[in-house]
Design a binder for this molecule. Structure first.
Ligand SMILES: Cc1cc2nc3c(=O)[nH]c(=O)nc-3n(C[C@H](O)[C@H](O)[C@H](O)COP(=O)(O)OP(=O)(O)OC[C@H]3O[C@@H](n4cnc5c(N)ncnc54)[C@H](O)[C@@H]3O)c2cc1C
Ligand code: FES
Length: 428
């Protein structure tokens, strides 16, 4: 039987089969190599593109620092309202150009301006913060201000002082006094990580600045933008957002209307009916592996941050700011009070007011404590950023609940984010 194997026909066929198999293998390995080299090439291209974008980011950051050093200012600078635009119901954008005609410094998207407003019939300037709502590198700063109505349970009260003034009484050509951009809630453009930007109501302003900055600097990272408003009447920058989503395939726009009006068209004016929150994130986001930036009213912020924690998003990946005292990530003023045990009692002396009161940990900060005891103190952001509440500490020490935006000089403290560490005397 073995003899048959050596018949010339068989040898010929076997030769052909071996040749075909060998050719097949060769072809397979050649295409494998080609496929691999194609994949390697793509990989190399990705690496090159990543390197290029990182280099661009580093150069941009170096330039930003140089420009900041050259063009920033201390104290107050005068700005002319060069344009005033109605954005939505009770919301105006003010475009501000420096009255001195000199260039503007850069800022981090997410930062805010502190205004010192000379409002008629007010005995002293009113200090308020407003986030920059556009990107940097322009010849103007833009803020977008919503007129704050009286609280629902006290309709007899006047609406918000500064927001009414800026919406109703400030016009193109007027001059406003501003401190330089500041704030710790911002997007680091040198980080090349996918982001989720979330704005609720007028809380869109800082995240809009972030979105614009990412698009204008040519970022290729994945950008999910969530906006929660009641309906189209509150939908700030609607056509601008739609244009960005159409132009940049890495921008995923998700607008939620909680209370659409009859004219609002689903999937045209808004993508989801309801509120921004964990259920929606789980439904649309590919994973929870993002940096989250959130700004909105306190109930929304609480719901969203709690939802993200539940979803296992690390605390370091969640960045947020609320417009007001809630932006302070307060520890309970005295944790011992929370479990019903006795709180530490310290004597707080307000030297100028000649008043000494016992701190029992009920108030969240020295500023709240002073106000609760009828001592007037200046304040602005109430979040340790604007420096308005800076007060000399005549004796004793304080503890900061949050890192101050800029540390006050030795011997002074920011009362809005500090609590006493023992008996203290304040120059107030
Ligand atoms: C970092 C930061 C960024 C911000 N960015 C923006 C932004 O981009 N856009 C924006 O619109 N806002 C922003 N804000 C909010 C803004 O700074 C102001 O807080 C807001 O405009 C309200 O100020 P106001 O002077 O108009 O209101 P206030 O005069 O301070 O009044 C606030 C509320 O209190 C009520 N009130 C008045 N008197 C009393 C009383 N006796 N008892 C009880 N209630 C009373 C008013 O009716 C009103 O409802 C930001 C805040 C911070 C801290
Ligand atoms: S009020 Fe702005 S730093 Fe305290």
């Amino acid at each position: 039987m073995l003899e048959g194997l050596f018949q010339p026909e068989f040898v010929q066929i076997a030769g052909i089969v071996i040749l075909v198999v060998a050719l097949g293998q060769a072809l397979f390995s050649v295409t494998g190599i080609l496929r691999r080299s194609h994949a390697q090439k793509e990989h190399l291209n990705d690496a090159r593109e990543y390197l290029r974008s990182q280099t661009r980011a580093v150069l941009r950051e170096a330039k930003r620092r140089e420009d900041l050093f050259e063009h920033s200012w201390n104290g107050i600078r005068k700005f002319e309202v060069s344009r005033k635009v109605l954005e939505a119901e009770s919301v105006h954008s003010l475009y501000l150009t420096p009255h001195d005609g000199k260039p503007l410094p850069p800022f981090h998207p997410g930062q805010f301006l502190t205004f010192s407003l000379r409002i008629p019939n007010q005995s002293k300037p009113v200090i308020r913060c407003y986030s920059l709502s556009d990107s940097f590198g322009k010849d103007y700063f833009r803020v977008s201000v919503k007129k704050v109505p009286p609280p629902r349970d006290r309709p007899e009260l006047a609406p918000g002082l500064s927001s009414s003034y800026l919406n109703d009484e400030v016009f193109e050509g007027d001059i406003l006094d501003c401190k330089a951009p500041s704030g710790n809630f911002f997007l680091d453009l040198t980080r090349d990580r996918p982001v989720v930007l979330i704005g609720g109501g007028i809380g869109i302003t800082p995240v809009l600045s972030m979105l614009n900055a990412l698009c204008e600097t040519g970022s290729r990272q994945e950008i999910w933008f969530f906006l929660g408003v009641r309906n189209s009447r509150e939908h700030v920058q609607k056509s601008h957002l739609e244009r960005l989503a159409a132009e940049f395939d890495n921008v995923k726009l998700n607008v939620c209307y909680s209370d659409p009006i009859p004219e609002d068209k689903p999937n045209v004016d808004y993508q989801h009916q309801g509120r921004v929150g964990l259920d929606l994130f789980k439904q649309v986001l590919p994973s929870n592996n993002f940096d989250f930036y959130i700004c909105g009213p306190p109930p929304m912020m609480n719901a969203v941050t709690e939802g993200l924690a539940q979803w296992g998003v690390p605390e370091d990946d969640v960045h947020f700011e609320a417009f007001g005292p809630a932006s302070v990530k307060k520890k309970p003023a005295d944790e011992s009070k929370q479990d019903g045990s006795a709180a530490a009692a310290f004597a707080v002396t307000f030297a100028r007011s000649q008043k000494t009161v016992t701190w029992d940990g009920t108030e969240a900060s020295l500023l709240d404590f002073a106000e609760a005891n009828g001592i007037a103190m200046d304040s602005g952001c109430r979040a340790g950023n604007c420096g308005s509440c800076i007060t000399a500490l005549k004796s004793g020490n304080v503890e900061y609940l949050n890192e101050p935006g800029s540390m006050p000089e030795t011997g002074s403290c920011l009362t809005c984010i500090s609590i006493p560490q023992g008996d203290v005397t304040l120059d107030a």
